[in-house]
Every structure is written in structure tokens, then in C-alpha cells.
Design a protein around this ligand. Structure first.
Ligand SMILES: Nc1ncnc2c1ncn2[C@@H]1O[C@H](COP(=O)(O)OP(=O)(O)OP(=O)(O)O)[C@@H](O)[C@H]1O
Ligand SMILES: [Mg+2]
Length: 488
């Protein structure tokens, strides 16, 4: 095996030769022009552009002034200025090309020719992933700018919480009311049900919306650091980095909202201090003997069973009551399967937009299959499955077989077949119920179809009236009792 030469000159010429070989092989074509501006050489790759440039034979092209045979070329400019044009778009009768142009010099440094390289032809398609990524970054930047304060602002409003089911309409109504109060809110619900999203929405529609929203994920902060994280550190309390003191989250949330996520994971020792802070409206930074008032509205969330933790002695009863002033129960996806078609629509749109992919169309059987699952991880799990479906989908259409494959691969849920019984089908939109019927010989019973239609109409009306049942009933020309009957 030959080893690298030892003198710099040989290494440089080896590097130059290797670079040239890389360009010659990886590029779409190369062309050399002499001092007088005539084409003196083209490589094999370049030859295929000749017909599009209007030449049948290489001999008619090589030897001619480059300005005559390649329209819009800037090879002469490179030779005149002696400066390379590293990246440029060249458009002419043969198409649009991403090109590079380099001057060639003799030993004395005089320009004796120029090398032109076609890096890509059809950049609009070949560079599409790059362009798409750029467009996406641009959009994200725009969004971040629009959001203004960045991290410390709420990212979601109530409109981001997708769902028109009766339970969700009810939850949103309670949450809107809670937003107007300054008492603590406690968000309870299984993992992935949207508690964090709801906390953002409550902050955003509260009188404190202009203030900061500061989150602490209690489960993610080591126990030894939690106290400093919450209450801050007084100047001089420690030597070293924290000598100057540090504000805690209570202080950072001043004038805004403090979101205590995973409150069920709070160590007992700190629970007493949190309770005192909430009761007194004052905190004591670490290493200080001064009490500092704070003005932050607390929203706490947990997926754990707090009542059980209280019974087991792991959560202080007094703190539980202090936090449980406005409890909101976020329903699991199982309790609102009727929202799944809308969630699929919104989540697939958002995920496709994020990865600059076209939004696929879900066949109704595919949605029916998604709606029949148990979803232990709720919306987060559904979102993951949709993300995988997008990556797998080349055709723009997602069918039930693909859904089944992805569900199997995700390994989280046991796949449940679509139930054709009275439970699942009428809960779905009529289009979905149709889809389910397509696969079976016996069509869905008329009474079930009517129920599905009624339910859909009620949900549409509730959406229009923002969950106001009386107004929805009026809109539909039915009694409130009938409306409840449709929702049951
Ligand atoms: N109703 C909804 N509409 C749209 N997206 C939702 C909805 N609910 C949840 N999501 C999305 O699902 C994911 C999980 O939601 P979130 O983090 O708010 O759940 P969580 O209840 O806080 O879960 P955990 O208990 O595991 O922390 C997020 O990507 C969120 O945007
Ligand atoms: Mg959460």
C-alpha cells in the first residue's frame, strides 16, 4: 500500500489530482476553456448536454469560442477577473444548472484558462430536499419571530387543542373559566392526553398572557437541585459559579404563570416548602433568611393518581387540597375516539408541514382502524404512529394495511380490529362508517347510520357554538334532551 508522500509539494499535487478526480466523477460534467476563450476539452459526462445545446458532434463544439456554444456562460469573466465563481445558477437552452467556475493559472500565476463544472442539472428537483429544508427553517424562524418572547411565551391556544367531542367541549369550557381566575389549576389525565398543551392555552387566555409562562418538569430535575430551581439561590450562598446568586422559577414567572409539570413526582421534603410558598405568597431563596413575595399563577399537572399517592403517604394531603382548587380532568383518547379523524387530519398536516412532505390522504378504513385502537400513550402515541405513516407513504394515500404494519412495528398497542358493532362505528363520522361498511358484505344498519349522522350534526353545531349545548340545540331545531340523547 502506497503511503502519503512526505514533502508538502507532492502532498499538494496529490490533493489537487484527487480533488479533480472527485469533481470529474461526482459532477454532472466538466469543460475546459483556453486563454483565448475557446473550448478545448469536455469530459464524457458533459457530452450528453451537446444535443440540448444544439450540437450533434463533439467536433462541432470543441474548438469554438465558449460564448458562442454555451449561452450565458461567465467563463470569460472568470478569466478576466482571475476570480472563481464558486456557486452560480446558469440557465440556457439546455436547462438550468448549478455550476462552479475556476480560473487555471500557470507557475507564474497568470490565468491561462478556466474550468467549468456542472454540479447539478435540474436543481429544482435534485436540490429539492435542500430547498425544502431551507424553506422549513425559514418558516420556523418566522413562527418563532411571530411568537415574540420565544421560550417563555405560551405556544398554544385553545384552538390548538383539537377535538369537538362533548367531553372536550366541556373541558375547554371549564378551562376557559379557570383561565380567568388566579387560583391554582390542577390538570389530571393519562400520559399524552395534552395536559401541557392545555396549560399553555390556559396561560394564553388568562389576564397574565403578556407575562411569562415558566415550566418546571419536576421529574426531570435531580432532587438535590429542585429547591434551588424553584426558589433560587441568594448571592454568596455558594462559592464558585453561583456566587452571584440565581433567580428561581417562581421569580422568573413573576407576573405570569408557573407550570409545575409531573407534580406527583415531587419529593416529600420539598412539598412542605412548596405548600408554604403557595399559602404565604412568599419564597425564601437558598442561603437567604429573607422572604421574597412572588406573583405567579400556578398550574400543576400529573398523570399519576394523586389521591392514591396521598393515601400511600407519598403526597401531602394539605398540598393536594391547596393545588386541587380547580381540577380539570383531561380525557383519554379512548373516551373521545370520535375526535380521532380530526386529530389525524390536524396532526398529519402539521407533521407533513414540518418535514416539508405533501400531506397524505387517509383512506376511511385506515382512520377507522386508528380509531379502534386502545392508545395507551394517547395523542402522543397517535402522533408518533402518524409520523411513521408519513415516512412510509410514497403514494400519497395511507390505507388500512399500512396502518396495521406501523401499529405492529410500534409495538405499543395491541392491534384491535375495527368493531362493526354498535359501539365504535356510530361514533365515527359518516364517511368513516361508510368506509367500514365497504369492507363488509352486510352494510351498516340504517339505524346506526342515522345515529352517526345525528352525532356528526350535533358535533358540528357544538363546534359552531363553541360547545354551548343550548345554542347548539337551537341551531339544530331540537330540544336539549334530544341533543344529549344524540351524544350519549
Ligand atoms: N387535543 C390535542 N390536539 C392536538 N394535539 C394534541 C392534543 N393533545 C395532545 N396533543 C399533542 O400530543 C403530544 C402530547 O401532549 P402533551 O405533552 O400536552 O401531553 P401530556 O398530557 O402533558 O403528557 P405527559 O403526561 O406524558 O407529560 C403533544 O405533541 C401535543 O401537541
Ligand atoms: Mg406533560
Amino acid at each position: 500500500m502506497a503511503s502519503l508522500p512526505t514533502d508538502a509539494q507532492s502532498i499538494l499535487s496529490l490533493a489537487a489530482r484527487s480533488l479533480f478526480d472527485v469533481f470529474a466523477n461526482a459532477s454532472e460534467g466538466m469543460l475546459l476553456v483556453d486563454r483565448s476563450g475557446r473550448v478545448v476539452w469536455i469530459n464524457d459526462h458533459y457530452r450528453r448536454y451537446l444535443p440540448a445545446l444544439g450540437f450533434e458532434r463533439e467536433a462541432d463544439f470543441v474548438g469554438k469560442p465558449v460564448v458562442e456554444v454555451v449561452q450565458n456562460t461567465l467563463m470569460n469573466q472568470v478569466m478576466e477577473t482571475g476570480k472563481p465563481i464558486l456557486i452560480d445558477l446558469l440557465s440556457n437552452r439546455a436547462g438550468t444548472f448549478l455550476v462552479s467556475r475556476f480560473p487555471l493559472r500557470d507557475e507564474l500565476g497568470l490565468v491561462i484558462g478556466a474550468l467549468g463544472v456542472v454540479l447539478f442539472d435540474q436543481p429544482e428537483t435534485n436540490l429539492q430536499p435542500l430547498m425544502a429544508k431551507f424553506a422549513l427553517m425559514q418558516r420556523e424562524l418566522d413562527e418563532a419571530r411571530k411568537a415574540g418572547g420565544g421560550q417563555r411565551q405560551a405556544r398554544h391556544s385553545f384552538a390548538s387543542f383539537v377535538g369537538g367531542s362533548a367531553v372536550v367541549a366541556d373541558l375547554k369550557r371549564q378551562a376557559r373559566r379557570a383561565a380567568q381566575s388566579s387560583s391554582p389549576v390542577l390538570l389530571l389525565g393519562e400520559t399524552g392526553t395534552g395536559k401541557e398543551l392545555l396549560a399553555h392555552a390556559i396561560h394564553a387566555s388568562s389576564p397574565r398572557a403578556r407575562g411569562p409562562l415558566v415550566s418546571v418538569n419536576i421529574a426531570a430535575v435531580p432532587e438535590t437541585l429542585l429547591e434551588a430551581e424553584f426558589f433560587g439561590v441568594a448571592p454568596g450562598a455558594y462559592t464558585g459559579a453561583d456566587r452571584k446568586g440565581r433567580d428561581g422559577k417562581f421569580k422568573l414567572a413573576d407576573g405570569g404563570t408557573l407550570f409545575l409539570d409531573e407534580i406527583g413526582d415531587m419529593p416529600l421534603g420539598l412539598q412542605a416548602k412548596l405548600l408554604r410558598a403557595l399559602q404565604e405568597g412568599e419564597i425564601e431563596p437558598l442561603g437567604s433568611n429573607r422572604l421574597v413575595p412572588f406573583d405567579a399563577r400556578v398550574i400543576a399537572a400529573t398523570s399519576r393518581d394523586l389521591v392514591k399517592l396521598v393515601h400511600e403517604g407519598q403526597f401531602r394531603e394539605d398540598l393536594f387540597y391547596r393545588l386541587n382548587v380547580l381540577p380539570l380532568r383531561v380525557p383519554s383518547l379512548r373516551d373521545r375516539a370520535v375526535d380521532i379523524p380530526a386529530l389525524v387530519e390536524v396532526l398529519s398536516e402539521e407533521l407533513a408541514w414540518r418535514s416539508a412532505l405533501p400531506q397524505p390522504e387517509f383512506q376511511s378504513e385506515a382512520i377507522a382502524l386508528l380509531a379502534a385502537q386502545h392508545w395507551r400513550g394517547n395523542v402522543r402515541e397517535l402522533r408518533n404512529v402518524i409520523e411513521q405513516l408519513l415516512l412510509r407513504c410514497d403514494t400519497g394515500i395511507i390505507d388500512a394495511a399500512t396502518v396495521e404494519t406501523v401499529l405492529l412495528a410500534s409495538g405499543l398497542s395491541q392491534i384491535k380490529p375495527v368493531q362493526r358493532g354498535a359501539v365504535d362505528v356510530p361514533q365515527l363520522m359518516p364517511a368513516v362508517a361508510d368506509g367500514v361498511a365497504l369492507g363488509s358484505e352486510v352494510s351498516v344498519r340504517l339505524s346506526e347510520r342515522i345515529r352517526a349522522l345525528e352525532l356528526q350534526a350535533v358535533q358540528d353545531a357544538l363546534k359552531k357554538t363553541q360547545g354551548n349545548k343550548l345554542a347548539a340545540a337551537k341551531l339544530l331545531g331540537i330540544s336539549r334532551a334530544k341533543l344529549y340523547q344524540c351524544l350519549a
